[in-house]
Ligand binder design. Structure first.
Ligand code: ADE
Length: 269
């Protein structure tokens, strides 16, 4: 059987098409992803592209027309396999191809993807995949960033991990998916645990105070401070409240106070 049947019991099913199904073995059998699958919240099947070849040697690549380095993945196995997977998926299921030419993966897109009960992920390899695969079955192309991976598999694994943890019930504590970095368009505030002093470094007093409102305000301010320092681009799109603007003004004022005074111009010159 080329493709095992779908049970239809899970909240989200993810099909991955790859020439290296073993790549996904250990990561999918570890920690949160393993538990999510055991609980039937997410089911994941990695399908071997070579099962969809028609020749004796299960060849999946060929030389590029026009010459040049590297090999190109043949279109027929990709098309046959993807069409099989599409046929058993609900209409409108995203068919995602991983490439540095795609749209950068964001938390926002991941949240949108959780609206679908089924995802189909296509992993390319070698230099390229025949363009006609991208033209026919692929509904969107996703990039993990401006760098080149060995293939689509690491990117697919990242997407699976990041989307699975957003499926309700996968994270034990629902609030942790909400509070952390990016969920509100900002970077997360610093976190501490015991001891309250380590090598002369003290946990900020406010966190020991038990004063919930002051702690909330401190965390929000530190979130804004960290975002301003490390990813100011995120502030342009984050939904900031009036309190946030006031906190940012406080942060900037503090920065000005801390900045070294400009060297005084010498009167003699
Ligand atoms: N395949 C190779 N490099 C990639 C990247 N940066 N993102 C997604 N897929 C890729």
């Amino acid at each position: 059987m080329r493709i095992p049947p779908l049970t239809g019991a899970s909240v989200m099913h993810i099909d991955v098409l790859t020439i290296f199904p073993d790549f996904f073995g250990s990561p999918l059998q570890t920690s949160i992803l393993a538990r999510a699958q055991q609980a039937d919240l997410v089911t994941i099947q990695a399908h071997d592209l070579r099962d969809f070849t028609e020749d004796k040697h299960h060849v999946v690549d060929d030389y590029p027309y026009g010459g040049g380095p590297g090999m190109v993945m043949k279109p027929e196995p990709f098309l046959a396999a993807t069409e099989h997977l599409i046929a058993r998926a609900p209409a409108g299921t995203p068919v995602i191809f991983f490439t540095p030419q795609g749209q950068p993966l964001t938390q926002r897109r991941l949240r949108q993807l959780t609206e679908y009960p089924h995802l189909i992920l296509l992993c390319g390899h070698y230099e390229a995949v025949d363009e006609r695969v991208r033209q026919t079955v692929v509904t969107e192309e996703i990039s993990l960033g401006d760098y080149v991976l060995t293939g689509g598999e690491p990117a697919a694994l990242v997407l699976i991990d990041a989307v699975a943890r957003l499926v309700p019930g996968v994270l034990g504590n629902e609030s942790s998916a909400e509070a952390e970095s990016f969920s509100q368009g900002l970077l997360e505030y610093p976190q501490y645990t015991r001891p309250d002093e380590l090598r002369g470094m003290k946990v900020p007093e406010v966190l020991l105070s038990g004063h919930h409102e002051q702690i909330r305000r401190w965390r929000r301010k530190e979130s804004l401070r960290r975002t301003l320092a490390r990813r100011p681009d995120l502030l342009a799109t984050a939904q900031l409240t009036e309190e946030d603007h006031n906190l940012l003004a406080e942060i900037k004022q503090e920065q000005q106070q801390q900045a070294p005074a400009p060297a005084e111009a010498s009167a003699d010159i």
